[in-house]
Design a protein around this ligand. Structure first.
Ligand code: UDX
Ligand code: UDX
Ligand code: ADP
Length: 471
């Protein structure tokens, strides 16, 4: 029978490792969970009242178990030594240079974390790949562990991809659609998989815990994200057709979503998808396809990302032409900077690209987001390595503490993130209208506003995927 897991260590206290292992601790009082990170500031934040990531419900979970069976620490060695099972959830950014630059995942952090485990471990460990990684990474991890491990310490590698979405992480972790565990098809591999399945078995119904071979599991994660992103690019491609005709993309989504073979989710047209996963994982898939000499497959997936870029360009072009073909000196109020609502995360957020375009058009930009830190916005907008960029940036960009303040004196409001507080049932758009330059435009990049209601106030409203108002 497989070993019973009583001590878990998680390498990496980020968006994935933090919430996932906090929930494991919460659901499994008999398991001690230690989340470690090399970044002292991050660990200090996890140990404070002000957690380093915003996620609805996370505070309650962490506060209920922190100091009982959930610990945050920078003492990586002790945590590795004591654990039966180790989650590796370190960052896997896209490579910025060298072979596969811009596409392939940089596995440097995974490799160094793996080498660290091999160096420190003196007893058997189940090592679980949690970060999204290219196919066959588990095999590389196994080679590193097998050739560097101490005698007497055996390593079993599992793949256990995380499917949580930001903003709903706790809900997703409490009731996942499925938990995927990939292992080698050997007695040891199957036994390790069963040990991890037992951990999830504390709260996830058994039939939803699926075991399969390592590579299927690794590929399933990339495939899930690629298919989700593809749906958004598909509806966004249709939104362009809607704008050019008289069709309404929300009506089209609704109609096609009623087909049970298609389903209603992930069909909301938008300014483009963002987040740390979709683009990265598709580019990973593109790179993998190219390495496997499958250029047609690579091209197919690459187009999903290109359509996403094109959507952002198209939206900008729409704004420019509506504002009488120039943005020079005009004030644009950008509402929302996070890549989606209910998160403070800005990775690959469409707002970043849009603001870059607005700046090139010499617009003045006022940004408001309810959750993103001001320092993060400056960081995201500054060109890396350009010394004076921040000074130039601050001449063109201001960050405000409310939507009203952002809209004061603006020529247009641009909705980039679908925060509930931007809805016309929450925000006083009459008040906003009164302070704006006329004609006052609203560009709804998220389809959250009641167009007719706002037009009654006097706004010129332009929505993604709806034919353009007759000027
Ligand atoms: C299709 C639509 O399903 C239907 O709603 C529309 O009215 C007409 O077009 P049809 O062409 O009759 O219907 O068959 P469908 O079951 O959709 O299959 C189309 C093709 O896709 C077939 O060659 C089928 O073998 C193939 N297919 C379908 C797959 O290869 N894989 C699948 O998972 C499903
Ligand atoms: C995604 C996957 O959903 C999750 O399973 C995986 O583990 C990590 O990647 P996440 O990036 O957190 O999660 O958010 P998600 O809800 O998938 O949204 C991604 C982007 O797509 C956001 O920018 C969102 O606004 C956009 N989106 C989503 C749309 O534009 N339209 C939609 O219909 C859905
Ligand atoms: P994700 O969104 O995948 O969780 P993050 O970047 O939010 O990614 O978090 C990854 C974390 O992993 C970072 O806080 C980073 O400091 C940490 N990390 C990277 N390498 C190691 C390592 N060898 N040991 C422990 N933590 C690591």
């Amino acid at each position: 029978r497989q070993a019973r897991v009583t001590k878990i260590c998680c390498l990496g206290a980020g968006y994935v490792g933090g919430p996932t292992c906090a929930v494991i601790a919460y659901k499994c009082p008999h398991i001690t969970v230690t989340i470690v990170d090399l970044n002292q500031a991050r660990i200090d934040a996890w140990n404070s009242d002000d957690l380093p990531i915003y996620e609805p419900g996370l505070d309650e979970v962490v506060k209920a178990v922190r100091g009982k069976n959930l610990f945050f620490s920078t003492d990586v060695d002790t945590a590795i030594k004591e654990a039966d099972l180790i989650f590796v959830s370190v960052n896997t950014p896209t490579k910025k240079s060298g072979v596969g630059k811009g596409f392939a995942a940089d596995l440097g952090y995974v490799e160094s974390a793996t080498r660290h485990i091999a160096k420190v471990a003196v007893s058997d460990k189940i090592v679980v790949e949690k970060s999204t990684v290219p196919c066959r990474t588990a095999q590389s991890m196994r080679k590193i562990l097998d050739s560097n491990g101490k005698p007497g310490a055996r390593f079993d590698i599992l793949s256990n991809p995380e499917f949580l979405a930001e903003g709903t992480a706790i809900r997703d972790l409490f009731a996942p659609d499925r938990v995927l565990i990939g292992s080698l098809d050997t007695a040891n591999g199957r036994s390790a998989a069963a040990s991890l399945a037992d951990v999830y078995g504390n709260w996830v119904p058994r039939k939803q815990v699926i075991t399969m071979n390592l590579w299927s599991s690794e590929l399933s994660k990339l495939a899930a994200n690629a298919l989700l992103a593809q749906r958004i690019s598909s509806i966004n491609a249709l939104s362009a057709i809607c704008e050019a005709t008289g069709a309404d993309v929300d009506e089209v989504s609704y109609a096609v979503g009623l087909d049970s073979r298609i389903g209603p989710k992930f069909l909301k047209a938008s300014v483009g998808f963002g987040g740390s996963c979709f683009q990265k994982d598709i580019l990973n898939l593109v790179y993998l396809s190219e390495s496997l000499h499958l250029p047609d497959v690579a091209e197919y997936w690459r187009q999903v990302v290109e359509m996403n870029e094109s959507q952002k360009r198209r939206f900008t072009q729409h704004i420019i032409s509506s504002l009488f073909n120039t943005l020079t000196g005009k004030r644009l109020a950008v509402l929302g900077f996070a890549f989606k609502k209910d998160t403070g995360d800005t990775r690959e957020s469409a707002a970043i690209t849009l603001i870059k375009y607005f700046r090139q058009e010499q617009a003045k930009i006022a940004i408001y987001d309810p959750k993103v830190e001001e320092s993060q916005i400056w960081y995201d907008l500054a060109e890396p390595g350009v010394v004076d960029d921040v000074t130039a940036l601050k001449k063109q960009v201001t960050i405000t503490s409310s939507a009203y303040e952002a809209a004061e004196g603006a020529d247009a409001v641009v909705i980039c993130t679908e925060w509930d507080e931007f809805r016309d049932t929450k925000l006083d758009y009459e008040k906003i209208y009164a302070t704006m330059n006329k004609p006052a435009f609203i560009f709804d990049g998220r389809l959250i506003l009641n167009q007719k209601k706002l037009e009654k106030i006097g706004f010129k409203v332009e929505c993604i995927g709806r034919s353009r108002a007759v000027q």
